[in-house]
Design a protein around this ligand. Structure first.
Ligand code: HEC
Ligand code: HEC
Length: 450
């Protein structure tokens, strides 16, 4: 990837342009005012303090990178072009651009860290590297964090779309956000058995900056979703436009998202100590019983063999919404083709026609803005490869809280906390369980058979 980054030119062809005034060289970026001009914008004057200039950083003719608008959601919500433009304008004012991120204090994010991770790949005067996200992550996760970088379509599972703010491998309850340290751990260790690599060779401050940037993209994505969904609740007097007041944008839209991230730091699951004198053989036997029992019911998905060959026809949440959208479009078009338009009065007819236009547009948006839905497989537990880490503690978190965004449910509430340790011990024994007599064709370690 060149310094200016082929990825950085991934300026979404679907995103409405957000007109930002070119800035003159020589002035300090912080002294320049941002002009959130653009069609139909009222300028969000209260946000001008967080002035965000658009600086071209020696990239010659390559256009500056821009965030792609969430066209999937915009189409799903049937937004008008003027409403899409309003969302883009608000987002640019609140979060800046991929080259110049800005954040409001309410996000709790550290702008200096974001600067290190953002922008095109480059070094400053003292050789300090910037643009870490585009260097290491964007080809998979996309500049916008939509999980649709150029490499994404070839991978299974797909790289994570951060925008819904859902994360899997963490120390907090299922629906909670990950802590900063959880993200750091994911970056350090990678996710074994998926294409998400380890970045352990990067310095602590770089990993820290990248984790902060993931939060930034996620908060931005969640705010975008909240804005798009808010049109639905507008009153007639709003005339199809969101109020651009601080009260609405910060207090109603941003604050709940940011608070969820901040509260995760104090919401780490309380894990009881594994009894030091635990009888491992008895514990594994108890764990096995629970695994096959109908309370924990691990067997339903991970299979009688533990090879992950139980229920294998489900989807994760990211794929489910796309699958659902395909069904809506196909089902809708089929139904529309059968509708007897001659029986309709003029209102019904125009509604019918509007529906058709929308369904066809949504279908096109799906082709360009979503990856083909793919099923998720329950993990093969005889391989001993766990995305979220192989420490007993990692497995405890996984079983206690389940895996957010995936069909894997939480055992919390059905299995008492101490008993979760028995399941952990059983799971950890599975790769070494030879399931019968040893022989030349039956190696000791089950994973050698795979
Ligand atoms: C080669 C592709 C690839 C690259 C490069 C990559 N990732 Fe990932 N990443 C993935 C995949 C695939 C997943 C999803 C795994 C899953 O869903 O289980 C993922 C998931 C994640 C998650 C979600 C973890 C969770 O708990 O849910 C985070 C955070 C993440 N990546 C951050 C990064 C960052 C930051 C970088 C750059 C420093 C990066 N990734 C580079 C492929 C990649
Ligand atoms: C409804 C289906 C379902 C049930 C029930 C279920 N799982 Fe899972 N499990 C999954 C799926 C799907 C995955 C893969 C998730 C992913 O790829 O992100 C998974 C992943 C896992 C992992 C891998 C975690 C990692 O870090 O890679 C472990 C361990 C696990 N399950 C253990 C269990 C145990 C123990 C139980 C019973 C208490 C259980 N599962 C019940 C569907 C299920």
């Amino acid at each position: 990837m060149s310094a200016c980054g082929s990825v950085s030119s991934q300026s979404g062809k679907n995103s409405p342009a957000v007109a930002l005034e070119e800035t003159s060289p020589g002035t300090s970026p912080r002294q320049r005012d941002r002009a959130i001009g653009g069609r139909g914008s009222t300028g969000l004057p209260w946000l001008l303090l967080a002035a965000m200039p658009l600086v071209a950083i020696g990239c010659g003719p390559t256009p500056a990178a821009s965030f792609r608008l969430n066209m999937f959601e915009a189409s799903q919500q049937r937004l008008k072009p003027s409403q899409e433009q309003q969302v883009a304008t608000i987002l640019a004012a609140m979060f800046g651009s991929p080259d110049e991120p800005v954040v409001l204090a309410e996000t709790g994010l550290d702008e200096a860290k974001l600067q290190l991770a953002a922008g095109p790949v480059r070094s400053d005067i003292v050789g300090r590297k910037n643009g870490l996200y585009r260097e290491h992550c964007a080809h998979c996760h996309g500049v916008t964090g939509d999980g649709m970088g150029p490499t994404a379509a070839f991978l299974n599972p797909y790289p994570r779309d951060y925008r819904p703010g859902v994360f899997k491998f963490k120390s907090t309850e299922r629906a909670d956000k990950p802590t900063h340290d959880d993200l750091v751990l994911v970056l350090r260790n990678g996710l074994a058995g998926s294409s998400m690599p380890s970045f352990d060779l990067l310095s602590e401050s770089k990993i820290d900056a990248l984790a902060e940037y993931v939060k930034y993209l996620s908060i931005r994505g969640e705010v975008e979703l909240a804005l798009m969904r808010a049109y639905f609740e507008l009153d007639d007097e709003d005339q199809g436009k969101l109020p651009e007041t601080r009260e609405f944008l910060v207090e109603e839209i941003l604050a709940p998202v940011a608070e969820a991230w901040q509260s995760a730091e104090d919401a780490v699951i309380d894990v009881p100590e594994m009894p030091a004198d635990i009888d491992l053989v008895a514990s594994i036997a108890k764990g096995k019983e629970l695994f096959y029992g109908n309370k924990a019911n691990c067997v339903k998905c991970h299979g009688v063999t533990g090879l992950g060959d139980g229920q294998a026809n489900d989807y994760d949440d990211w794929n489910k919404v796309v699958l659902q959208a395909h069904k809506t479009v196909q089902g809708g078009l089929e139904q529309a083709s059968k509708a007897s338009t001659w029986e309709m009065d003029s209102d019904e007819l125009s509604e019918h026609e509007a529906d058709l236009v929308w369904l066809e547009r949504f279908g096109k948006v799906l082709d360009g803005n979503a990856l083909q839905p793919r099923m998720i497989r329950p993990r093969n537990l005889r391989q001993g490869i766990y995305r979220g880490g192989m420490r007993p503690l990692d497995l405890y978190y996984r079983i206690h809280a389940g895996i957010n965004g995936a069909p894997m449910p939480a055992a919390k509430g059905t299995v008492p906390p101490e008993d979760i340790w028995h399941i952990v011990n059983y799971i950890r024994s599975l790769p070494y369980d030879f399931n019968g007599t040893l022989g030349v064709d039956r190696p000791m370690v089950a994973r050698d058979r795979l």
